[in-house]
Write a protein that binds this ligand. Structure first.
Ligand code: FES
Ligand code: FES
Length: 198
């Protein structure tokens, strides 16, 4: 990580630090109070309010974003720690589409197709976490996906559909011809693994 470039004082006399990073592919240079969380920076200064503040203490995953492709809880990271990094929020996921369409990321489309949300509050974090999961290493089973998504809570209990959606992208790719077969497979396997659908 590059060193922080500049420290100074803002109009109120508080210490501020110059930070340069990229957010959703765009270069950003700002002065920040050094105690500003990445979550508050994204929401309050860049107005990227897709990233949600749930617990603000690392327990719910609603604030999950990608930092250099790795999922992080933005409420637990100081914005100054993102110096020199590429940060991707839910607003920028489309640009990560492997097909380069810059529309919806395949994971986003799968969430729609499988109705993988109810209130939607957790959904941005679930989406970023799912993309991060796929970036890490291939998942071998639904059970592994559930385990590796366990840091993202959904109070509505949409977990089976979320697992369906991620499973389609992980196991069946994104082609339209795979959708029906994948859906059928997904609705069979929960019974095998003992999952309960609410
Ligand atoms: S708001 Fe960051 S983990 Fe809950
Ligand atoms: S869809 Fe409502 S908290 Fe997950």
């Amino acid at each position: 990580m590059e060193s922080l470039s500049t420290a100074g004082f803002d109009e109120g006399g508080s210490t501020s630090i110059s930070v340069s990073l990229r957010v959703n592919g765009q270069p950003v240079e700002v002065y920040l109070a050094p105690w500003t969380s990445l979550l508050d920076f994204l929401r309050e200064q860049l107005h990227l309010t897709g990233t949600k503040k749930g617990c603000d203490q690392g327990q719910c995953g609603a604030c999950t974003v990608l930092m250099n492709g790795i999922r992080v809880n933005a409420c637990l990271i100081l914005a100054v720690c993102a110096e020199g990094c590429e940060v991707t929020t839910v607003e920028g996921l489309g640009a990560l589409d492997p097909a380069g369409s810059e529309a919806l990321h395949p994971v986003q489309q799968a969430f729609i197709d499988f109705d993988a949300l109810q209130c939607g509050y957790c959904t941005p974090g679930q989406l970023c976490s799912a993309v991060g999961l796929l970036n890490e290493h291939p998942a071998k089973s639904r059970a592994e996906i559930r385990e590796r998504m366990s840091g993202n809570l959904c109070r509505c209990g949409a977990y089976p559909q979320i697992t369906d959606a991620i499973s389609r992208v992980a196991f069946h790719g994104t082609g339209p011809t795979a959708i029906e077969a994948a859906a059928a497979a997904m609705w069979m396997s929960p019974q095998d693994s003992g999952e309960v659908r609410g």
